[in-house]
Design a protein around this ligand. Sequence first.
Ligand SMILES: Cc1cc2nc3c(=O)[nH]c(=O)nc-3n(C[C@H](O)[C@H](O)[C@H](O)COP(=O)(O)OP(=O)(O)OC[C@H]3O[C@@H](n4cnc5c(N)ncnc54)[C@H](O)[C@@H]3O)c2cc1C
Length: 445
Amino acid sequence: MITPHQRVGPNSDGKESMTGSGKAIPSVNRLRVFEFILARNASRDLENYCPLAISYNFRMKNTFDIIVIGAGGMGSATAFELSRRGHSVLALEQYQLGHLFGSSHGHTRIIRKAYYEHPDYVPLLHRAYERWHDLEQRTGRHLLTSCGCLSLGTLQSELVRGVMASASQHRLNVDYLDSAALKTTYPQFTMPGNFVGLLEHGAGFLYVEDCVQAHLDAAIELGASIHAEEPVLNWSANRDTVEVTTVQGTYSAAKLIITAGPWLPELLREFGYPFTVMRQIMWWINPIGAAAFRRDRFPIFISETPEGYFYGLPMLDQRGVKVARHYGAEELGGPNEVDGNVGEQDEAPLRDFLGKYLPGVNGDVSDAQTCIYTLTPDRHFVMDAHPEHANVFIAGGFSGHGFKFASVIGEIMADFAEKGGTDLPVGMFNIGRLLGNPPADEAVE
Ligand SMILES: Cc1cc2nc3c(=O)[nH]c(=O)nc-3n(C[C@H](O)[C@H](O)[C@H](O)COP(=O)(O)OP(=O)(O)OC[C@H]3O[C@@H](n4cnc5c(N)ncnc54)[C@H](O)[C@@H]3O)c2cc1C
């Protein structure tokens, strides 16, 4: 009899398992075992003790309309949307669901519309908000909390100019605070005299793990098969079908969607795309004088300082204020090069920033976690068909700002799988640009 805490398969010894690229990945805590694993194991157990059972169709289904590789932020949303549209879906995840080795953990993600990165993201953001609210209603979970977002920089900074451009082009509700107003309204910040602030009222934060789990729960309820702890070893495609081989077996489908996050560079290495990954650290710090850093008095902030980009969120729980540096670390080849431990040397840039610009938050660290960005050279996303296979689609390279879009990215990838393209504005995310070949009318500015 297989109990919920056992698992049949190559990882059942609790030791290291291998990714498709043959690299060692950490063993995982197996306490959370999901119903679908239990069902799968029960069927295998039955096969072991009663071979005849196989001929009575106790084997698990291995043919699907669409297979999704990776059940993190984007894969969970894609699996949900495909299931919602009535497709049979298999999502394959190499680790436990909700694991800490990729990009979609760390309690919160900022969501905002006055998008300094490029005004063309704004229509997608309008849709993303709608879809997050739909997911809240469908699952009865609270996922998105409204909170003002204050952008801090000089008038010449990329951040301030970018927020202003998106706000004016899309008529977004953003208040301008000159240097004096900034000091009076938010005395918690001690920015240089030439800094201004832009306060976006429609911003907020998402509870990142809950969002992923909500998409997965909703997908499972609609009939999706989600296999955790089942690394994909390789896949192949011909004109009509794709085959995906995992540590458990081989599955086939009409279409394949790859949402492998930081593992994408490895999966596409042969094509020479210049994806890299970057180790980032999220810090939670007990502020000095907690009341000044609650959400009623302290906004989400993003700042472009001479020391780089730093951002943070107000105190949401006993861990204190969340603060992190955005970018600023070495670009690496893949997750296997990322050190998952946080050391004393990591703290120096943070202390420098806090000491200069946010002294009230320069208290004791209560928690710290590493997380991985998957970068493209222009820091814009990739959502496109595979360069060689019209029935394989890729969503990746979210460059440290993708999570807020996950709800709409599920729709975009479902559109790709259904009709090879989407009516949503995604032209700037074509993969060809990474090799200097954007479609003629869709070049990134
Ligand atoms: C510190 C930090 C802060 C961030 N802050 C923000 C923010 O405030 N706002 C925002 O919008 N975005 C933010 N982001 C970016 C956002 O979190 C990411 O863009 C998003 O989570 C990426 O999701 P993903 O699905 O591509 O990757 P992941 O969530 O990592 O999912 C990829 C999944 O694929 C699985 N996988 C890979 N290879 C295989 C295989 N061979 N077989 C099976 N499974 C496989 C992985 O295990 C993983 O679970 C932040 C990111 C970090 C790291």
